[in-house]
Structures are given as C-alpha cells and as structure tokens.
Design a protein around this ligand. Structure first.
Ligand code: CA
Length: 649
C-alpha cells in the first residue's frame, strides 16, 4: 500500500500536528497467536515487513506489506507464533530509486551486530527473582559516589580472576580474587564504598564485530540500536534473548551488592549518518541539518540528533523510560548533553520522577562542535541551573586539580602550578555562588553556574583524556612515584570532600594507567583493561580512597543539600601561601565542625585555625572516620602535597 502526501518542514508546527504519534505501541508486540507491528515513517511511499528465522545468517525473508495507519505510522499484524523470530523494515521513499532497509528504532533485542530486530516476549528474559529486585536505598543526588566503568575493562584482565571476563555477567560476579588475594570486581566496589556504578555505553553500538569476540575494542559511543543491550558483552551475541537476560542479571547482581546502576546514554548522535536506521526510516528527520542542508556536526562525530523534534523527543523519553522500568536502571549520564534542548531534558526529569524521583541524571554540559540549536536552548553547563535535579560535569574543578585536559604537559593545583586556587574554590563549593570567591569577570564557565549543589558533578578524571596517574606522570617529569602518589591522594581528597555529586574514574584508586595514551576509545585491552595487580601494589592509595569515601558518607557536611547551606556552612580560610586552599565546614543542621586544608606546595606549612581542639581524620597518608591524633592548640602543620581534614571535638 502507498501513502501519498505533501510533507511540511520537519521543524514546523504543521508537521508535528499532522504526524506526531503519541501511542505507546510502536515496535513489535508478540503473543502466542499473533504479532502486531507499528513503525513511524510518515514520508515513506510504502513499507514492508521482512521476517527472518535467524538473527544474522543470510536467508530470504518472508515479505509482509504494511498498511498506512494513524499519524504517519505503518502497521501489520501477522498470525502465528513469531516469538524469537527476527525482522526488518523495507521502505520506498519518494524520489529514491531503490528501497532501503532499516531496523526498528523500538527494537528491544537484535541478532548479532544489531542488523535484525528480534520479536521478543520480554517476560521470558527475566532472571529468577527479578520481580523482587529492589533498588538499594538512596536519598539526595549529592549522596552519590559514582564510579565510571567500562564493562569489558573491569574483568577482562587475567588478574581480575573472573569466570566471565569482559561481560555483563562479569560485572556482578561475586567472590573473585586477584594477586595477593585482593578482592576484585564488584567485591572491590563494595569494599571501596561507592554508591553508583556508571557504565560506559551499553546500548548496542557499532565498531566491534560481535561475532568475533575480543578482536576489537570500543568505548561504545557509536550508537546503533538505542533499546538493545550491546551484544559483545553477552555470552552469546547471536541469540537476542541472551543479552537481555544477562543485562538484567547484571543489574540484579549490582543491586544485591548494594550498588545502583547508571547508564551512559548517547542520544546526541548516531554511529552512521546517511546509513543510520533513523535516516533510512525518515530521511532527514532525526538529525539536525546545517545551513547547506547536510548533517550538522555538533557532536564532532559526523551528525547530531534533533532532540527538539517531537518524535525524536518521544523516542528519547520512551527509551529512557524503557531502561528505567524494564531493566531497573537507576540513573543516566548524557553524552554531549549540550546538544539536547532544555525542554527535552525537563521532560526527561519529569518522566523519571514518575518512575522513581531518586533516579540520577547528569551529563556533559557541552557540545562537540557548533549546532543550529540556539545557545539559550542547549542543556549546557551554563544553562543547567534551569534544569532542576539534572547535573553537569564540573570541568573547572577537573582542570584546576591536575591541569587542563587540552594542555597535556600543564599541571594544576596538586602539582603545585600557580593560579588555580580560585577555580578550585568554585569547585569545592559545587559551583554555587559563594561570597568569598573572586569569580573571573565575564567568565560564565568558571563562574557560579550551578544553582544548587545537585547541579554539579565533582571529579578529577574520567574515561576521556589522560587517566589521573598518566596526567601526573606527564606533568611531573623527574619526580618519584612517592611524590606522584602524594599528589594523587591530594586530588582524591579534594574530589571526595568537595560539595556536589562525587565521581571517580574506575581504577584511579589504584593508580590506573593507560600507558600514557590519551584517547583510548579503540585501543586494545592491553591499554584499557584494569590491571588488578595494581590493587596490591598501590594498596595504600586504595585504602586512602576507601577512607575518604567513608568520611564523606559518614558526615552530611560533605554533602550539603542546598546552595544556602553551602553559603552558611562553608567558610574559606586565609592561607599563608599560594598553592594552598582551606576552609571551615559545618552542616547548618548540626554535626561536627570540620577544617579542611590542602597544601600543594613543596613546603610544610602552618595554618592558623579559628579555634583549638581538633582531631585529625585525614592527613597526607591516611584517611577515614577514626581519629588519627589530636592537635594541640589552634594551628595545624600541613606537609607538602597533602590534605588535612580535622574535626572539632
Ligand atoms: Ca553492537
């Protein structure tokens, strides 16, 4: 059957009025006796359903014509039990000589490499006990200590001792041990005390042949099928059910271990542009166009997705709701969130609140290039104050702590480089306005861009750019390991005592190295894998991170909930020298009074405190909730490259 219609411009109200399909029945809905299909393709002249017996083997499909339905959708109902069969759509577009084929954007599973969608009864994929799966308790976003992890990196190294290396099952595997008997994998995360495991993209991506396990590597920022788990992390990428079931077992296992799960989601661009499933279904609709009519490249990856168009927005909302409900996911990290429009992000927050208000939302508050989306509508860091309970990464504190990511040989505060003190202070205060900070005039990016501490993710490193340990090595030629370890401990102390949401790059607690490589998105396991031998080698550093996390979790003062509390409870101290930052901290709700002092200079410094009677909880070597020693008098000595956290008795 054919549709013949004139089509208004994709950004026009007329188009949305005529073609916005609000139904919740897009995709394939199977039963034992029949399966119904609905796909949105308003500009197609005709659409056919292609049915396959297998997920990726060559075969001649059964062809079923689809009928035009409401609002530019096409439908078909096929009798019989089609469960576990596979399908694609074939479309003819006006002015295109040859038909094109595409995978359903609402596919929930696929065969190998995501080329055919699977007709799946999702209830058959639930692991035992799934209905009783319970999220670990969690309160305010600033209570989170997030740990950013790549599924494969976590367990692929032999030292991880995993029975399921590099897979979803490996992520939640209990009882694994590494060299020296150290706990590895999820047992390590429990020991460390983090609250959220943030997984680099786990939705189906291109760039790794799923049928050739381990031959290639990718971080996963190559999105192909948004509602399908990536197949290369499943024990069988060919049977679409396996990746779904194993993903659920991973979430279930992490929840049982007391950890919440955040997914890194990449709705801002697609791996392929003109060849993407979106473009084959509705040419030009899902992506933004530049002035010349081609793909706009605000992502730096060749194209950008038009979140502000109504059916794209719906696709994003439906997809996120699906992950949050079907997979019990507890949070989302938005890649290049600056390419998403503010209205879409507000609607995402509201949709998540209807499921679970404690779902964590944060993202990269920047773009990867210029975009036709007007600057005042972008979910940028400097606009995030207009998004309640959506956070942005604080690149200001990241770069202030250990030097700008763009200048590889430039150090930051912890290496003793001058001039980072005020930027460090903005980050300590979660980038909410604070009366004691001298903000650089006219510089929104390093100014008080957060309205509340929940807007701000504090960190010193992540998967992008150099690992913290490698950055320290690059910027401190001639120094000893012991000096770098001191700087690493100082960096950790800054992140884990700062206000806002705390975020750690997996392995930084064991001086993870990516052998000096900066962009490792497609480099082999030999560079990217977490080497658990380092947990034994750097046991002191691991213990220091563990102690800092325990301190943060024990005292609400390090997790103040409002900007007002930060302005009332955090007062910066005068320091005796540049290269030092210190403050007094107390929760307005009560609890201990704390003094925090960072000395990044090469000399021991004495700092005058406003009162006497302090206990040391953190110094340059040890961190935790127990008293290490008591200080006489009202001053403290701080050794070079170290942090001091004191509590008043
Ligand atoms: Ca894939």
């Amino acid at each position: 059957m054919k549709r013949n219609t004139s089509v208004p411009g994709f950004d026009s109200k007329e188009f949305a009025n005529k073609f916005h399909y609000a139904g919740q029945d897009l995709g394939a809905r199977p039963s034992r006796t029949a399966t119904s299909f609905r796909v949105w393709a308003p500009t197609a002249r005709s659409v056919e359903l292609l049915l396959f017996r297998t997920g990726h083997r060559p075969e001649t499909p059964r062809v079923v014509p689809m009928a035009p339905g409401a609002k530019g959708t096409w439908t078909a109902t096929v009798k019989g039990d089609l469960r576990n069969r596979y399908y694609r759509y074939r479309l003819v577009h006006p002015g295109q000589a040859a038909p094109v084929e595409a995978v359903d954007p609402y596919a929930v599973a696929t065969g190998a490499n995501g080329e055919r969608a699977m007709i799946l009864d999702l209830r058959t994929t639930d692991p035992a006990g799934w209905a009783r799966d319970v999220k670990p308790p969690f309160g305010d976003p600033v209570d989170a200590v997030v740990y950013e992890l790549h599924v494969r990196d976590f367990t692929i190294h032999p030292s991880a001792g995993s029975r399921f290396p590099g897979t979803y099952l490996g992520v939640a595997e209990r009882g694994t041990k590494g060299p020296g008997g150290v706990r590895t994998g999820v047992d390590h995360l429990r020991e460390l005390g983090i609250t959220h495991v943030h997984l680099l993209p786990v939705a189906d991506y291109g760039g790794v042949d799923e049928t050739k396990s381990g031959r290639s590597y990718n971080w996963g920022y190559n999105p192909e099928n948004y509602n399908v788990p990536e197949g290369s992390y499943a024990t069988d990428p060919c049977d679409g059910r396996v990746r779904v079931r194993e993903f659920k077992r991973m979430v279930q296992g992490l929840h049982r271990a007391g950890l919440r799960v955040v997914l890194d989601v990449v709705y801002n661009h697609t791996y392929r542009g003109g060849d993407s499933h979106f473009h084959r279904l509705v040419p030009g609709y899902y992506h933004r166009q530049n002035a010349a009519g081609g793909f706009s490249n605000g992502s730096g990856c060749g194209n950008e997705v038009a979140s502000d168009r109504s059916m794209v927005r719906k696709m994003m909302l439906d997809s996120l709701v699906y992950w949050a409900t079907e997979y019990h996911v507890d949070g989302f990290r938005f890649d290049l969130m600056g390419l998403h429009d503010l209205e879409t992000m507000r609607r995402i927050r509201r949709a998540m609140d209807r499921i679970d208000p404690s779902i964590l939302l944060y993202g990269e508050g920047w773009t990867g290039g210029d975009s036709p989306l007007p600057a005042d509508r972008r979910a940028m860091k400097t606009n995030v104050a207009r998004l309640p309970r959506v956070a942005a990464f604080n690149d200001t504190i990241r770069d202030a702590i250990k030097g700008p990511v763009s200048e590889h040989h430039q150090g930051g505060f912890v290496q003793g480089a001058p001039g980072f003190e005020e930027r460090l202070k903005t980050g300590i205060a979660a980038s909410v306005r604070h009366p004691q900070i001298a903000y650089p005039a006219g510089d929104l990016w390093n100014g008080p861009w957060a309205k509340q501490p929940h807007h701000c993710v504090s960190y010193d490193s992540c998967h992008d750019n150099h690992a913290l340990w490698d950055k320290l090595a690059l910027t401190t030629k001639g120094l000893k390991n012991a000096d770098r370890l001191a700087m690493n401990r100082l960096a950790a102390a800054i992140v884990l005592t700062s206000q806002g949401i705390a975020f750690l790059h997996a392995g930084e607690e064991m001086a993870r190295s990516k052998k000096g490589h900066e962009n490792t998105y497609n480099l082999p396991d030999s560079v990217n894998a977490m080497d658990w031998r380092r947990k034994e080698k750097y046991a002191g550093l691991v213990a220091y991170y563990r102690g800092l996390i325990a301190l943060r979790k024990a005292h609400p003062a390090f997790r103040l909930k409002t900007a007002t509390d930060i302005r009332r409870g955090l007062a910066f101290l005068n320091m005796p020298a540049p290269g030092m930052v210190g403050y007094i901290l107390q929760s307005p709700a009560g609890g201990n009074l704390f003094a925090v002092v960072f000395n990044a200079t090469a000399r021991r410094r004495t700092v005058k405190l406003p009162a006497a009677g302090w206990r040391v909880l953190v110094d340059g070597r040890k961190a935790g909730v127990k008293t290490l020693r008591r200080l006489p008098g009202d001053s403290c000595a701080v050794v070079p490259s170290s942090a001091l956290v004191l509590a008043k008795t």
